[in-house]
Design a protein around this ligand. Structure first.
Ligand SMILES: [Zn+2]
Length: 252
């Protein structure tokens, strides 16, 4: 299994966290940066451990902290061999809409960086699906994209499928109040689905509220198997193949 979205730089005991995950069959992890410092840390962790890869980028909530050289800085990280994408990037209007225009520009600039470097993107979109879709339609990623922790509608998911996007799901789909997310999973083809934790946040049931770790990925795989009414083995094989393909893991 592959955890396509983790924040390994949040862990003091990252070595043990990776070891525990591998013990439970989570052989590969893509760790995501959310600003320059976190992207740099993610790249270092990827370089240190087998089976760990990084995506580097600036999360929309950190739009105010970047300086004019950030794209150059990101590029110098992105050319590292273990860096497999640009992320997490996107739009987040949950806490403020005041930075909307800045967020949009930063999103577009980072999509273009990914296109120039031949890398896929990992998108975070919260309370901003309309603008997210609009940007992705006019600035479509050329090397694929992943909507992480997707919480949008089935209709938006269909639009994103046309743009060749995949979707990753984590702990939220195991929550009792997750009817919307579960309905989306039921409607998506398995070849567009991947597994994620978004750890250390959003631990799945029965660990809800605790620290999340990649070792809980099997719980997500089980839930998706149940929702799609297929075997666990099929979910494991298919989601692994999907992640290997999007991030071109065999060549990194
Ligand atoms: Zn994340």
């Amino acid at each position: 299994m592959i955890d396509v979205h983790a924040h390994l730089d949040a862990f003091e005991d990252v070595k043990d966290v990776i070891k525990e995950a591998k013990k439970r069959g989570v052989k590969k992890i893509v760790t995501a940066g959310y600003n320059l410092l976190s992207s740099k840390r993610s790249m270092k962790i990827a370089n240190e451990f087998d089976g760990v890869y990084a995506v580097v980028g600036v999360h929309p909530e950190n739009v105010e902290e970047v300086d004019k050289n950030y794209l150059e800085d990101l590029k110098s990280l992105a050319i590292n061999k273990k860096v497999v994408g640009i992320g997490e990037i996107g739009l987040d209007y949950h806490f403020t809409t005041e930075t909307k225009e800045k967020q949009k520009k930063m999103f577009i600039d980072q999509i273009e960086l990914a296109n120039n470097l031949g890398l896929p993107i990992v998108v975070h979109s919260r309370d901003a699906m309309g603008d997210t879709l609009e940007i992705l339609k006019t600035h479509t990623p050329k090397f694929g994209g992943l909507m992480h922790c997707y919480s949008g509608s089935i209709e938006s998911a269909k639009e994103l499928l046309k743009l060749n996007f995949s979707f990753s799901f984590g702990g939220v789909c195991t929550f009792k109040n997750a009817k919307n997310v579960c309905a989306v999973i039921e409607n998506l083809p398995l070849e567009k689905i991947m597994l994620e934790t978004d750890c250390p946040y959003l631990a799945p049931v029965p660990h809800r509220g605790e620290r999340n770790e990649p070792k809980y990925i099997p719980l997500i795989a089980e839930k998706i198997a149940e929702l799609k009414n297929v075997s666990l083995e099929e979910v494991v094989n298919e989601t692994t193949e999907n992640a290997e393909k999007l991030f071109n893991l065999k060549n990194h």
